[in-house]
Each structure stands twice: as structure tokens, then as C-alpha cells.
Design a protein around this ligand. Structure first.
Ligand SMILES: *Cc1c(COP(=O)(O)O)cnc(C)c1O
Length: 244
């Protein structure tokens, strides 16, 4: 896609975020746009970054590594953050640590411990979020809601990691297998917010920065903002439909 149309689409997404925030009585400045770049080539991602994007998310380690050289200057300058937003296997953490600034998909203590050990050895701090499967759909990764608070408290206490908040993917199907309605999607987002609030209120070691709620994508970002999203992750509305 030509970079001019990426810039146009980005402007449209930003105005959608603004409208959703104002409608919810929130300051639009509280909602950050993460551009989800899966399947997009390095030129398209670079075009988005040139158009002002300062936070991107990748789902696959292989794509993270392939596009890293095209983004390295911005990352080194501190003007671009790169988050891992896909399921992360422990045997891939070295590649993730060398190419990203944060991991939104911590869903198990073993993974958090492995990241922590590596960060301590490298004398660095990694931003992490706990991914929660609020919808309970078994196709989605993330810790079950009932285990999210204890996992977050354990992660927060690990050296080398900074717990910045929580991430989820909104419900797609309802309990009967039909497309989820707005109420079901919102209820899931509200659940993530309640988990975040409980962790912040705990005052437990390492929880003071756990403010972020990364939730909402192209189809449901308005609902997520209404429920308190501080980061929305958008791909399709920026780049157009992905090739299958
Ligand atoms: C693909 C993806 C997005 C963006 O989805 P769109 O519907 O294209 O906006 C957000 N978050 C995650 C985890 C994704 O995999």
C-alpha cells in the first residue's frame, strides 16, 4: 500500500480513538495506538513509522527478527517501541529480547522466570504485561481470569521485569458459539480492568506501574476504550485487510 494511504488511514484511526475517548468522557491522550504489523513487510511498517507511529506489535518471532533491521535506528533512538503481542515460546526468548522493548503476552510464571533470568544476566529491564484470556475461548492464549492476579503478583516481584499492565483479545464468540455481541465483548474488557485495579490496589512489590490495559482491535477498539483501554492494537484499519 502507498505510504500516503497508510498516513490517511492512520489519521482516520486516530480520529476514531479520539471520538471513542471523548464519548466515554476520557482524555484521548490516555489512549495509545499500537500498530499491529503481522504479515506486513518492512516497507509498510517503515511507512507507518515515518507517519508518526511510535509503538508497533508483532505476533511472530520470525517476523520480529526479519523487520528489526528496518526499525533499529528508531528503536536505538528511543522513538519507537516494539512489543511482542503473539504467543511466546520459551525457546525463542533470546530473539525476542534482542529485537523488542516489551512483551505483552506473559501467560505463565515459567516464561516470566526465563525472561527475568535473561534480563538480569544482561543487566536490563524488560516491560511485560500479563495476557489474560477474558473470553475463555480455547483458541486464545492467556492465563484464565481466576489465575491472573496471583500470576501478576509473582511476575511483578521478579527482577529484570517491569510489570506495566495487562493485555487481552476481546471475545469473538459467545458461549453458544455465535458471534459475541457488544455486551459480551465489553464484559470481557471490564474484567481485565477489574484485574488491573485489584493488582494496583494490592500495593504489592513491583505493581506500582501496572496501569496499562492493552485491549481493543479494529472491530472493537471503541468498546475497549469505553472500558478503559490505554493501548489499542490496530492492524486492519491501518494497512487494510490482510492477505490470507
Ligand atoms: C492481529 C492482531 C491485532 C490487530 O487486529 P486487527 O483486527 O487487524 O486490527 C491486535 N492484537 C493482536 C494480538 C493481533 O494478533
Amino acid at each position: 500500500m502507498p505510504s500516503s494511504s497508510i498516513a490517511d488511514r492512520l489519521a482516520a484511526v486516530r480520529s476514531r480513538i479520539d471520538t471513542a475517548a471523548r464519548t466515554a468522557g476520557r482524555d484521548p491522550g490516555e489512549v495509545r495506538l499500537l500498530v499491529a504489523t503481522k504479515t506486513q513487510d518492512a516497507d509498510a511498517v517503515r511507512a507507518a513509522v515515518e507517519a508518526g507511529v511510535d509503538l508497533i506489535g508483532e505476533n511472530r518471532v520470525q517476523e520480529l527478527v526479519a523487520k528489526a533491521p528496518a526499525l533499529a535506528d528508531r528503536v536505538a533512538a528511543g522513538t519507537l517501541e516494539v512489543h511482542m503481542i503473539g504467543h511466546l515460546q520459551r525457546n525463542k526468548i533470546n530473539q525476542v529480547l534482542s529485537t523488542s522493548t516489551g512483551v505483552e503476552t506473559v501467560d505463565a510464571l515459567a516464561l516470566a522466570r526465563a525472561l527475568s533470568t535473561r534480563c538480569v544476566r544482561d543487566d536490563r529491564t524488560l516491560d511485560v504485561m500479563v495476557q489474560v484470556n477474558v473470553s475463555g475461548e480455547d483458541t486464545k492464549s492467556g492465563v484464565v481470569p481466576g489465575d491472573a492476579v496471583p500470576l501478576a503478583l509473582d511476575v511483578a516481584a521478579l527482577p529484570g521485569l517491569r510489570l506495566t499492565g495487562f493485555m487481552t483479545i476481546g471475545a469473538h464468540l459467545d458461549a453458544g458459539g455465535e458471534p459475541a455481541g457488544d455486551a459480551a465483548v465489553r464484559a470481557g474488557f471490564a474484567r481485565l480492568r477489574a484485574i488491573r485495579d485489584e493488582v494496583l490496589a494490592s500495593d504489592a512489590p513491583g505493581t506500582a506501574d501496572a496501569r496499562e490495559l492493552s485491549m481493543g482491535m479494529t472491530t472493537d477498539l471503541d468498546l475497549a476504550i469505553a472500558e478503559g483501554a490505554t493501548i489499542v492494537r490496530v492492524g486492519t484499519a491501518v494497512f487494510g485487510p490482510r492477505a490470507r
